[in-house]
Design a protein around this ligand. Structure first.
Ligand code: PMP
Length: 430
């Protein structure tokens, strides 16, 4: 496999872009080697600048749940372009997508569109603070909610991958209002609530975290959080930027039957265009300007092209429940295939999977929180990543990410992925 053009581009890019990339994990720092530069993508494949084809296991970090360059989305975008690319004024499509989101996501009675997951979480916390008149909020160790200042404390995803879970540039004043708790530990939350009685505006978490690698909630955990938040008047926020429209059409909250007060959304909601959203109970969302006093705005929010892509995607998912059946099958086939290969080869390593998300951890211990995720041998993960890449399978270039599968994966491609896994394990584990 020749990857000379990507190498050349990366060397050149470093002259003009910090680290050569526009988002840190893309630089492949955690896995070694140079990143591949992507020329195009279609269905289950992406192609680099040297025309190598790779089977896609990240799908733009989640949005491309139906595979790349889906004709339905492409046509919707092209049709919308005929009418202009941005108006900065309300449109009929925004009303349509808001109504659809309200019908799909259990906790959402009103919703505001933004341009990224980061904006969604920053805004949700501001609204929760405005609504409760309290300043502090609880965040889980290893969870990632975008790059807003107050979230860059024990943050997962690229922040931990780059070794900066606590970023310089975040003031002590900001950091002191972020209270940290380990995931899957209700007693830790009870302790924080007692120590900060009446001062906590919100508890935000990824209900099924993907940003420290995929972890699953222990039975009763999410309901336990719901009960504490109700009792204490704390706004419970599910960050479903990854899990929304993926684990079920109504996200993790539908799957686990626990309804938060607010929800943040991103990725799939834009069909591959830059979109995020936050929503929740009417009485909370009525605090958002111009209905209420909490300010939040955006020049390109509700952009007509982005809304056309998102609306087409959500309408499709809403009317095709078989998508989720198929995604579950694909996820289970890959995870159980990997587990049985590992078993046959005598490597008892952990794989966490739910629906179309999974992570392989190079540790024998169960991974249920940030501490256990950090036990994974990340050097070995780097070797595994490279071995898979050279067999034409494109994984997330970090241990602390989930993979996102799409419906474009056929049984033949799943067999190829499993074969690549077996060969890679033999190569790296000897
Ligand atoms: N929340 C979660 C759970 C995420 O996974 C991410 C991004 N991966 C974000 C928020 C931030 O979204 P964005 O990158 O669109 O700003």
């Amino acid at each position: 496999m020749q990857i000379s053009e990507s190498k050349r581009l990366f060397a050149h890019a470093k002259n003009f872009i910090p680290g050569g990339v526009n988002s840190p994990v893309r630089a492949f720092r955690a896995v070694g080697g140079d990143p591949i530069f992507i020329k195009k993508a279609n269905g289950a494949f992406i192609y680099d600048e040297d025309d190598n084809a790779y089977i896609e296991m990240i799908n733009s970090w989640g949005p491309m749940i139906l595979g790349h360059n889906h004709p339905m989305i492409r046509e919707a975008v092209i049709a919308a372009m005929d009418h202009g690319t941005s108006f900065g004024a309300p449109t009929a499509r925004e009303v349509e997508i808001a109504e659809l989101i309200v019908s799909m996501v259990p906790s959402v009675e009103k919703v505001r569109m933004v341009n990224s997951g980061t904006e969604a979480t920053m805004s949700a916390i501001r609204v929760a603070r405005g609504y409760t008149g309290r300043d502090k909020f609880i965040k889980m160790e290893g969870h990632y909610h975008g790059h807003g200042d107050s979230f860059l404390i024990a943050a997962g995803s690229g922040a931990i991958t780059m070794g900066h879970p606590d970023s310089p540039g975040v003031t002590e004043g900001t950091a002191k209002d972020t209270l940290l708790a380990p995931y899957n530990d209700l007693e830790a939350i009870e302790r924080l609530v007692i120590a900060n009685k009446g001062e906590i505006a919100a508890l935000i978490l990824e209900p099924v975290p993907g940003n420290m690698g995929l972890c699953l909630p222990k039975p009763g955990y999410l309901q336990g959080l719901r009960d504490i938040c109700t009792r204490e008047g704390i706004v419970l926020i599910f960050d479903e930027v990854m899990t929304g429209f993926r684990l079920a059409k109504g996200g993790a909250q539908e799957l686990f039957g626990v309804t938060p007060d607010m929800t943040t959304l991103g990725k799939i909601i834009g069909g591959g265009m830059p979109v995020g959203a936050y929503g929740g109970k009417k009485e909370i969302m009525e605090f958002v300007s111009p209905a209420g006093p909490v300010y939040q705005a955006g020049t390109l929010s509700g952009n007509p092209i982005a809304m056309a892509a998102g609306l087409t995607m959500l309408n499709y998912l809403n009317s095709h429940p078989e998508v989720y059946t198929r995604l579950n099958e694909i996820g289970m086939q890959i995870a159980s295939g990997i587990a049985s290969i590992n078993h046959r080869l005598g490597h008892d390593i952990t794989i966490n999977q739910l629906g179309s998300m999974y992570s392989l951890f190079f540790t024998e211990e169960n991974v249920t929180d940030f501490e256990s995720a950090k036990k994974s041998d990340t050097a070995l993960f780097g070797k595994y990543f490279q071995a898979m890449l050279h067999r034409g399978v494109y994984l997330a270039p970090s241990q602390y990410e989930s993979l996102f599968l799409s419906t474009a994966l056929t049984d033949d491609l799943i067999a190829k992925i499993l074969q690549a896994h077996e060969e890679s394990m033999k190569e790296i584990m000897n």
